[in-house]
Design a protein around this ligand. Structure first.
Ligand SMILES: [Fe+2]
Ligand SMILES: [Fe+2]
Length: 150
């Protein structure tokens, strides 16, 4: 796959991830508005889907982007920054899923404010991460590649 195709694929994956994050967000809001904690299973299902999409995307993104950033900055540290954020997102998601599973298995009847806030924050961070890539990192790398071609 050439680099232009890779970026096109990443944008497509971003749209899918944003759509799933939105579904999770809506499922979460429903629990809040109805007080029906059975909705936690739906949130969990959406997060499982999101995790699969995020992991697949992150690996592909790292394969293309990490070597580019390394070349551009002559610095492995900058490249690791890209990976670190992905690792952090996966860890956060894992922790949230664990809490949700506990909540479900213990059949709690109250909305868990902490899980609610954490999940909401994670979903916002995911969308922000994508926004930052599309508005900052990707255009910068494209510019760098154009420069290299000259
Ligand atoms: Fe990313
Ligand atoms: Fe991305």
């Amino acid at each position: 796959m050439n680099i232009t195709d890779s970026f096109a694929l990443f944008l497509e994956q971003h749209e899918q991830i944003k759509a799933t994050a939105k579904e999770a967000q809506l499922a979460l809001e429903r629990i809040k508005s109805t007080g029906n904690v059975e909705g936690y299973q739906e949130v969990l299902d959406k997060l499982v889907k999101l995790k699969a999409e995020l992991m697949e995307h992150s690996r592909q993104e790292e394969e293309v982007i990490v070597p580019l950033v390394e070349k551009m900055y002559h610095s492995p540290e900058m490249a690791h920054y890209v990976e670190d954020e992905h690792v952090q997102m996966e860890e956060d998601l894992l922790a949230i899923k664990k809490q949700l599973r506990m909540h479900i298995s213990e059949e709690r009847e109250q909305l868990d404010e902490e899980v609610f806030v954490k999940t909401k924050r994670f979903l916002t961070q995911t969308v922000t991460h994508i926004f930052e890539e599309e508005s900052g990192l990707f255009p910068m790398l494209r510019g760098y590649l154009l420069q290299m071609e000259k």
